[in-house]
Design a binder for this molecule. Structure first.
Ligand SMILES: [Zn+2]
Length: 45
């Protein structure tokens, strides 16, 4: 088992995150948790 949680699972409550594309051209993606309200935004390297 890896010590790091999967990016699609909320690190706070462990619920699955909802995938949302913010900018298709810039590959900007937001992961939001409906349970605790956490939002994560990922950008391309
Ligand atoms: Zn959560």
């Amino acid at each position: 088992m890896s010590a790091q949680p999967a990016p699609w699972v909320c690190p706070t409550c462990g619920d699955p995150l909802r995938f949302e594309i913010l900018d298709d051209e810039a590959f900007l993606v937001a992961w939001s948790c409906l349970n605790c309200g956490l939002v994560r935004v990922t950008e391309p390297a």
